[in-house]
Structures are given as structure tokens and as C-alpha cells.
Design a protein around this ligand. Structure first.
Ligand code: C5P
Length: 236
């Protein structure tokens, strides 16, 4: 199964993102475009980065009525992205509609993964604000199983949850995991982190890495270190 390092290109505009990617002369990293860059630069940034030969995870986390999500996913699929996502809390019907919208006339489609509970949501907020009175681990697994029932390819989750998700949903069900830091690096605002090697050992399929690469003095070297730890040492 494909495993890879995805760089979170959290930049405010197209020029900054393209200047960042210009530094990669020998490799074409898998790139995550999130809301900041997409809303700042518009859909053309997806076409531009795609035209340079990168694979793209478009992280827009859709959540709306099934018909709206279906039509929006059809637009995103037309942008030729490789992976996109939505909130599992939008219900199985919404996720199924999303898959229909994503599927191109020739039967191909981008991978579709679900956010279960955001890693910024903790047990207390989930109970007191969302009125969900179950342990958050169970909620994450239940939402992952809903995503699987709907036919999705996997979930976004903490690397620390990747093993449990695979145990519940099978080895083929993808785990895409942010919250990755080098052992000697800054944690920033991420609370529960693992190193690339630990993420590989727990079973992440794709790690999403932002600031440890984008804010590094030498982003290419930081990317190569991630690839080495996650793909090579993690497979050893
Ligand atoms: O800079 P850093 O490595 O923390 O970036 C992680 C990326 O993954 C960011 O784009 C962030 O929005 C995203 N993400 C996350 N936690 C989630 C879902 C997405 O950190 N639960």
C-alpha cells in the first residue's frame, strides 16, 4: 500500500507557496492545500501545483447537506486532486453523496477520507458543548466505521489512533495523520505528537507535516529526514 509524507503548505498566497515549492528540485513532494491557501489563492493554485507534477491532498473538510456536498465534490474532482476530505459528522448519507459527486465519468475518483473528531476537540468540550456522552476514543472509532460503511477510503486521525483505526476497520483503510514532530523539534500548538518513525511503527499510511518542514532553515533537508524516518527506517 502507498505510504508517503505529505507537506502541509499552509501559506497565505500563491507566490509564497510556489516559492516554497521551488526549493524542491529533485523531488516532487505530495502537497496538502488547506483552507488558508485555497481561500487566499483560489482554485488556480491547485491547477498550478498539479501542473508542476505534485500530488495534491485538498483539505477543505466539507460538511453540508448531501446534495450540496455532492455538487461541490464534483467541482473538486474536476480540479484533478488526488485526495480530499469531509467531516464524518455530516452523516453516512452525506459521505455517500460525496463519493457520488467525486466519481468522474470514467469511473476514477480522488481518495476520500473523513475527519472523525478534530484533534482540537477534547472529551470535556465534546460532552459539554456537543452533548456527545461517550469516550472520545469510541467516538473516533465509530465515526471511522461510519466512513467505512459509506465507502470512504480512510480517516484523518492522530498517529496515536492509527493502530486502533486499523484494528477496527482493517489494514487497507487509510490513516492520514498530522501531529508529527521530530524528536528534537518544537511541538508548537500540537498537543499529542509522534515522530515520523513512531508514526510508521503505529501504522500511519500518510503523515501530514507542516511547520517542521515549512519553517525549517533547510526545508528540503527536513523533508528528506521525514522521508528517511517514515519510509525507510519505518520499514526496516
Ligand atoms: O504545522 P503542522 O505540522 O502542525 O501542520 C499540521 C497540518 O495538519 C495543518 O495543516 C493542520 O491544519 C492539519 N491538521 C491537524 N490536525 C487535524 C487535522 C488537520 O493538524 N486534526
Amino acid at each position: 500500500m502507498a505510504k508517503d509524507v505529505i507537506i502541509a503548505c499552509d501559506f497565505p498566497n500563491a507566490q509564497t507557496a510556489l516559492n516554497f515549492l521551488d526549493q524542491f528540485e529533485q523531488e516532487k513532494p505530495y502537497v496538502k492545500i488547506g483552507m488558508e491557501l485555497f481561500y487566499g489563492a483560489g482554485p488556480q493554485i491547485v491547477r498550478d501545483i498539479k501542473a508542476r507534477g505534485h500530488r495534491i491532498f485538498l483539505d477543505l473538510k466539507l460538511h453540508d447537506i448531501p446534495n450540496t456536498v455532492k455538487k461541490s465534490m464534483a467541482v473538486l474532482s474536476g480540479l484533478d486532486v488526488d485526495m480530499c476530505n469531509l467531516h464524518a459528522s455530516g452523516t453516512i448519507a452525506m459521505m455517500q453523496a460525496a463519493l457520488e459527486g467525486l466519481t468522474r465519468p470514467d469511473g476514477t475518483r480522488p481518495l476520500l477520507i473523513a475527519v472523525t473528531q478534530l484533534t482540537s476537540t477534547d472529551q470535556e468540550r465534546m460532552e459539554n458543548e456537543l452533548w456527545i456522552n461517550r469516550p472520545i476514543d469510541e467516538v473516533v472509532l465509530h465515526y471511522a466505521q461510519n466512513a467505512q460503511k459509506a465507502g470512504l477510503d480512510g480517516v484523518v486521525c492522530s498517529p496515536l489512533e492509527a493502530g486502533k483505526v486499523h484494528a477496527a476497520c482493517g489494514a487497507q483503510f487509510l490513516t492520514v495523520t498530522p501531529g508529527v514532530r521530530f524528536a528534537d523539534g518544537e511541538k508548537g500548538d500540537q498537543a499529542r505528537v509522534t515522530t515520523p518513525l513512531q508514526a510508521a511503527q503505529i501504522g500511519s499510511d500518510y503523515i501530514v507535516v507542516g511547520r517542521p518542514i515549512t519553517a525549517a532553515q533547510d526545508p528540503v533537508a527536513a523533508y528528506r529526514r521525514c522521508v528517511r524516518e517514515f519510509l525507510m527506517e519505518g520499514n526496516a
